[in-house]
Write a protein that binds this ligand. Structure first.
Ligand code: DQA
Length: 184
């Protein structure tokens, strides 16, 4: 018993309370559910969503182009649509921070959904970062950039990415996650 406790107590901070105050039956049920939880966490796919400049203002920013929803509200919806995926979110207005995040997750996650905002049309550095990592990157845009100003028609990132999803509103992110999960 002590041996089992030593082996598995590292999985849970509150484990010792269960060990002390519960009979063995409850202990086994508790252990089993903890183990299942750990197994699930370990086998979960991990996808990083990265939003670039001005996307922190979604919901307020040009609602006729980008809609009324904040990204934080949409993220809750995404999490409920993909309960078996670990979805991590990062936003920055600073080019170097976006690059640092790509480096940080770019060798260990299962995919990255990247909306680099206006850096899409200007940043060779972000394109180089995408080429430097091994995790597939999906470029997404909320608006259909091809229906907009000519300077938005060119992306430095597209040919470094696995694919691009453009113009489906916030749903572009959901489609990006689906693409990562279902296409090799
Ligand atoms: C955008 C399109 C970009 O041209 C623009 O600079 C953005 C948002 C989009 O999601 O539609 O910031 O990436």
């Amino acid at each position: 018993m002590v041996y089992i406790w030593r082996t598995y107590s590292r999985f849970s901070n509150d484990f010792s309370q269960f060990y002390l105050f519960n009979p063995i039956g409850i202990y086994s049920i508790y252990y089993h559910s903890k183990f299942e939880q750990i197994k699930k966490t370990n086998s979960m796919k991990r996808i990083q969503i990265i939003n670039g400049p001005n996307l922190n203002l979604l919901g307020k920013r040009e609602p006729t182009v980008y809609g009324n929803q904040t990204f934080e509200a949409y993220l809750q919806k995404l999490k409920s649509l993909f309960p078996d995926v670990q979805l991590d979110y990062f936003q920055s207005n600073i080019e170097g921070e976006l690059i640092n995040k790509l480096h940080e997750v770019g060798f260990s996650y299962d995919g990255i959904v990247l909306n680099a905002g206006a850096y899409t049309h200007t940043s060779i550095a972000i394109a180089d970062a995408i080429r430097s990592i091994t995790v597939p990157v999906l470029e997404v845009h909320i608006s259909n950039v091809f229906k907009r100003e000519v300077y938005r028609h060119h992306s430095y990132l597209s040919d470094a990415c696995k694919g691009c999803i453009v113009g489906f509103g916030m749903d572009s992110y959901r489609l990006g996650i689906d693409a990562i999960l279902h296409f090799d």
